[in-house]
Design a protein around this ligand. Structure first.
Ligand code: A3P
Length: 295
């Protein structure tokens, strides 16, 4: 475990800054897990809409037609397997072998550190959700401040922004993370077929259309009624008031629903900071074919 000069607690895993709860044994298990065709793994950089996506996946794959009684576990959290993390509900390899299908895995890893090792060799389907990095940076800043797993680190905004731009926050460099999955998803000779690349902004602006894309990717047939029901349940206000009480500290879980908008970076970035960030963005994203809406 490393505590930086600023008091930021983290761990280096394969050279990437990670939270302390990515322990060597959990990481090893996640890398060596062998997956099945019915498995779904949703992946994102932190604060990119993963809780939102997780609820969509759980509702779409729910064995019950009653969306109020959706989950396979007793809570949303318990319906997911977060293998790389020792934090919430560490499950053993045997637990995972016995878990009901379809298994839904959560991961915040860049492509080179994916669940199952190399996604190109895995039967699992991966759904990646990316979000414009200025909103990610702000959402992450608000969320991460004073958290136990970061050593109660409370940076000022300027410091956080510079750490984010240098890839020094937990889960590493945003550009590397998003671009690694983007490139893999486009590789039709490689893993592309089992990776669906989504964005927070598309999901926000065309919710039903994106849910249909997810369902088609997973070969799930959804009736119009089911689709409407899912759209209703995953609305921001609806999710915010739902009790997902999967964590001991419910308040901490409620922080997963802060604003849920596109462009809230504007309340945080100065004009100068936004310009500098946009220059970095242009340089790092150049030629990738990936671009984000940020307002
Ligand atoms: P903000 O902090 O900008 O509000 P994650 O779940 O990956 O940690 O991402 C959290 C971000 O997703 C937060 O962004 C949160 O508000 C937003 N979010 C969560 N549920 C949402 C929903 N149903 N609709 C829109 N945004 C949502």
């Amino acid at each position: 475990l490393i505590i930086s000069a600023h008091g930021y607690k983290h761990r280096l895993v394969d050279g990437v800054v990670m939270p302390p709860y990515i322990t060597p044994s959990r990481y090893h298990l996640s890398r060596t897990l062998s997956t099945k065709p019915t498995d779904v793994c949703f992946v994102s950089y932190p604060k990119s809409g993963s809780t939102w996506l997780s609820y969509i996946l759980v509702l779409l794959t729910s064995p019950s037609n009653d969306l109020n009684n959706y989950s396979r576990g007793d809570t949303l959290r318990n319906s997911l397997h977060w293998v790389e993390s020792s934090w919430t509900y560490p499950r053993s390899r045997e637990d995972l072998d016995m878990a009901a299908d379809p298994r839904i895995f959560k991961s915040h890893m860049p492509y080179s550190m994916a669940l199952g090792g190399d996604p190109a060799t895995q039967a699992c389907r991966y759904v990646y959700i990316a979000r414009n990095p200025k909103d990610v940076c702000v959402s992450y800043y608000r969320f991460e401040s004073g958290k136990s797993w970061s050593g109660f680190f409370q940076p000022d905004w300027e410091l956080w922004l510079s750490m984010f731009c240098r890839g020094e926050v937990q889960r590493g460099d945003w550009f590397e993370h998003a671009l690694s999955w983007w490139r893999a998803s486009r590789d039709r000779n490689g893993p592309g077929d089992n990776i669906l690349f989504l964005t927070f902004e598309d999901l926000k602006r065309d919710t039903a259309g994106q849910i249909e894309r997810i369902a088609a990717f997973l070969n799930i047939e959804v009736t119009k009624e089911r689709l409407e029901g899912v759209v209703r349940k995953i609305g921001f206000e609806e999710m915010q008031k739902t009790s997902f009480s999967g964590l001991k500290d419910v308040k901490e879980f409620n922080e997963f629903f802060r604003k849920g908008e596109i462009g809230s970076w504007k309340d945080q970035f100065t004009v100068r900071q936004a310009e500098a960030f946009d220059r970095l963005y242009a340089k790092r994203m150049e030629g990738s074919g990936l671009d984000f809406v940020s307002e």
